[in-house]
Design a protein around this ligand. Structure first.
Ligand SMILES: CCCCCCCC/C=C\CCCCCCCC(=O)SCCNC(=O)CCNC(=O)[C@H](O)C(C)(C)COP(=O)(O)OP(=O)(O)OC[C@H]1O[C@@H](n2cnc3c(N)ncnc32)[C@H](O)[C@@H]1OP(=O)(O)O
Ligand SMILES: CCCCCCCCCCCCCCCC(=O)OC[C@@H](O)COP(=O)(O)O
Length: 270
């Protein structure tokens, strides 16, 4: 019997496993597939509970997503909880590194809080439907005028229905080890609704997750909730300053939290 041909066949997965690429693809695939299954479970529950699109569905979604971090070997260290103890509507802004941000978001998501997202997300199968049921506001990033009017409507809805909104002011995912310049939408939104902004910073994922290098190890993410920034009395003329001010506090918090993230898997190779 010639079984020698099996040696390379076994060697390939073994090499992939040890190189980390196998783990990377496995964890990514598992994450997407598991979220799709959870969403499938959540759809009927949301419909039974609230009959359709409703921000209250986020409570259920939040509780269903909480365990996913353990499955991927991720830990969150949250600081600044007291800054979320603000009554009424506000705008949360945070940096955006990867779809894994959803896990951190669900870790601290306050009640009656939903998100602003690109409209393409609605086509993400069961996850898209759960985003719609959770009251996510979809914008077309390619048509600024449309996005602006959707966000102006959102400012009114926030006040009328006492809703909080989470916006990623970088406007796209970014893993370059720094923050991208902020788009203005989140700040117009907060000024139009005259509600405070609460900045939240996720520490860099680079110590455990590298997309290009195909590396996805266990790791710890620091989530820092920063003091609120008031917008009472501000007008659209103040938006640029508000944007710069928010960027500066988040930028220094990002550099600070990212420089000291504890490693769980030995030394990191750069
Ligand atoms: C149990 C189930 C389990 C299943 C799993 C469940 C998981 C699901 C649950 C939950 C997941 C949720 C995850 C969501 C994640 C999604 C993330 C994303 O999709 S990130 C991409 C989209 N987000 C953004 O893009 C927002 C930020 N962008 C903006 O706010 C932009 O400003 C935007 C789009 C409105 C316009 O973008 P511009 O590229 O044109 O750039 P600009 O410079 O900001 O604006 C141009 C001019 O318009 C003015 N402007 C902007 N907004 C305005 C406004 N609202 N009113 C008036 N003027 C405005 C500005 O001041 C600027 O003018 P001057 O240069 O200053 O003169
Ligand atoms: C049939 C279609 C299959 C699609 C499977 C999607 C399942 C994903 C599960 C994870 C759910 C998390 C959703 C997070 C959304 C997200 O983080 O989107 C990225 C965009 O903000 C930025 O995109 P871009 O600016 O285009 O890089």
């Amino acid at each position: 019997m010639d079984v020698l041909w099996m040696v390379p066949l076994l060697l390939i997965p073994l090499l992939m496993w040890t190189s980390g690429a196998f783990v990377f693809y496995f964890k990514k695939f598992f994450y997407v597939a598991w979220m799709m299954c959870l969403a499938l479970l959540a759809i009927p529950l949301c419909i039974l509970k609230s009959g359709g699109r409703d921000v209250e569905n986020m409570r259920l979604i939040r509780s269903l997503v909480r365990h996913v971090k353990y499955l991927l070997g991720l830990r969150f260290e949250v600081s600044g909880w007291e800054h979320l103890q603000t009554e009424g509507p506000y705008v949360i802004i945070s940096n955006h590194q990867s779809s894994l941000d959803v896990l951190g978001l669900m870790e601290i998501l306050p009640d009656r809080c939903t998100m602003i997202a690109k409209k393409e997300l609605i086509y993400a199968g069961t996850v898209g439907l759960i985003c719609w049921l959770g009251g996510i506001v979809f914008i077309n990033r390619k048509k600024t005028s449309d996005a602006k009017s959707v966000m102006a409507d959102a400012a009114e809805t926030m006040l009328k229905d006492q809703i909080r909104l989470w916006v990623f002011p970088e406007g796209t995912r970014n893993q370059n080890g720094d923050l991208l310049p902020f788009k203005k939408g989140a700040f117009h939104l907060a000024v139009q609704a005259q509600v405070p902004i609460i900045p939240v910073v996720f520490s860099s994922y680079r110590s455990f997750y590298l997309r290009k290098e195909k590396q996805f190890k266990s790791g710890t993410i620091r989530l820092k909730i920063l003091p609120k920034i008031e917008t009472k009395g501000l007008t659209s003329d103040d938006v640029s300053d508000l944007c710069d001010k928010s960027f500066n506090v988040m930028h220094s918090a990002f550099l600070e939290t990212s420089s000291s993230v504890p490693q769980s898997n030995g030394p990191v190779s750069h």
